[in-house]
Design a protein around this ligand. Structure first.
Ligand code: 2GW
Ligand code: MN
Length: 298
């Protein structure tokens, strides 16, 4: 415990974050949204305090990932790097959805960590493969996740963890800022702009451009996100429409009107394509290079 003196006022400090050694403040980036949701950047949190809080609650975290068709090749690096960096020291359940369960290797997992392989049917069109994730996630929230975990994190599989991903991410509902749009202006956001689509965001609206490849929250909240996106897609499909960036567009629409309670900075979903700007001190999660031709052909 420390005492801080502000003129005549002395304050007993019990939080490490007020220790000058742990300032928890960044002045070079936006640390809070206009609706007062924190934006998580390196240097903005004290992990020891957060770990103690989440351990006290015995929090269980689910990580969902889809490996359909040839995308099963990405799983090994994804899980192996998650073992190193994702929620280390907490209870973790991986949920791997695949049409090829026989192709899923076995992994040696850390204590308190389990991996469940769940067989699902595939879709012909790749757009349906990526979009139907929302339906499958929402169904499994009700069937399974709600009984097994407290928080869910939903991720693309063509990714590798490269730095700490801990409980600082967790909140009722969180989204990650797309690394390509952190410095972009609103009119550059690639939202769906056709008013007829369920993914529509007017030109003069939209807070951030969120990535479709990483989001999460409490199971109840993820259910609402995924259920909304699935039904929005189905309504568009009935009109023979599909939003510009598929599931990502519907996700952005949801988050415009049901704002996330925490945002992850692009540290949490980086792509080396965007280089190394100074504000990204750690690249915690990286898109894996893929041979588009090979991996996306049937
Ligand atoms: C996807 C595109 C073309 C051909 C196949 C696939 C495919 C995707 C597949 O054959 N098998 C499969 O399991 N997937 C799953 O969908 C996998 O989990 C993958 O990570 C995810 C999204 O596809 P991906 O990673 O190829 O697309 P990206 O990296 O361009 O994703 C962004 O845009 C997507 C919508 O177009 C999604 O919103 C995604 O969340 C975004 O990151
Ligand atoms: Mn991807």
């Amino acid at each position: 415990k420390w005492t801080l003196q502000y003129g005549a006022i002395s304050i007993r400090v019990t939080f490490m974050s007020l220790n000058p050694k742990f300032p928890c403040l960044r002045t070079d980036v936006m640390m809070v949204t206009p609706w007062l949701a924190p934006i998580v950047w390196d240097g903005s949190f004290n992990i020891d305090i957060l770990n103690a809080q989440f351990h006290q609650r015995g929090v269980r975290i689910g990580l969902t990932v889809f490996a359909i068709k040839k995308y099963t090749v990405f799983l090994k690096i994804f899980i192996e790097t998650a073992e190193k960096y994702f929620m280390v020291g907490h209870k973790v359940c991986y949920y791997v959805f695949t049409d090829r369960p026989q192709d899923i290797p076995s992994f040696s997992l850390g204590e308190g960590r389990t991996l469940n392989v769940i067989e699902v049917t595939s879709y012909k069109r790749w757009q349906d493969v990526t979009m139907r994730r929302m339906q499958i996630i929402s169904e499994n929230c009700l069937k399974r996740f709600i009984y097994e975990v407290d928080y869910l994190v939903c991720s693309d599989v063509d990714m590798m963890f490269a730095g700490h991903h801990g409980v600082e991410m967790l909140s009722d509902v969180f989204a990650a800022i797309h690394p390509g749009f952190f410095q972009a202006s609103r009119k550059q956001f690639t939202h769906e702009r056709r008013p007829e689509s369920q993914g529509y965001i007017p030109e003069d609206e939209g807070d951030y451009y969120y990535t479709g490849c990483y989001f999460g929250g409490k199971v109840e909240e993820v259910y609402k996100v995924a259920n909304f996106c699935h039904h929005a897609m189905m309504a568009d499909k009935a009109k023979n429409m599909e939003a510009l960036w598929h599931d990502e567009s519907y996700l952005n629409r949801y988050f415009l009107y049901y704002k996330p309670t925490k945002l992850l900075s692009p540290e949490y979903v980086w792509n080396n394509y965007y280089g190394s700007p100074v504000y990204v001190k750690i690249k915690r999660f990286l898109h894996v290079d893929k041979d588009f031709e090979k991996i996306r052909s049937n």
